[in-house]
Design a protein around this ligand. Sequence first.
Ligand SMILES: [Zn+2]
Ligand SMILES: [Zn+2]
Length: 147
Amino acid sequence: MNRNQNYFYQSTGVHLSTARQRLIKKILFNLAQEAGRDECFVCGDLLSLEDFTLEHKKPWLYEDNTLELYMNVDNIGFSHHACNSGRSRKDTPGRASKAKSQEKYDENHKFCPGCKETKKLEDFSKHSARASGREVRCRRCRSSIKR
Ligand SMILES: [Zn+2]
Ligand SMILES: [Zn+2]
């Protein structure tokens, strides 16, 4: 440990490297939120700072181009902790819910992960930054959660 790291640990009880990881995660999450990308790419529901993981969409394990897959930003998705770890096992509910979330961008309907119902597009507020052009949750769900 160098002097700065030592000082940080002595005064906070947290290792500087740990704090740095947390900070990076926080920055990433804030940016994802601003960009409207704070949706889990597995289940489509909203993510929170406490439940937010980076995941490689295409696994890099046992591949010829491991480094390439690992470092490719396009291969990164945001997901819930449970959705992320669920996907690493074969034939888990994670896969089933992915298929379900792909159905949600119908022309006139969208799946709301809040009430678990497919509703009319008009039931969702507009949100230009999101892929669907609409908010993740329907108006009724959004009015019942405080953000
Ligand atoms: Zn999820
Ligand atoms: Zn809803």
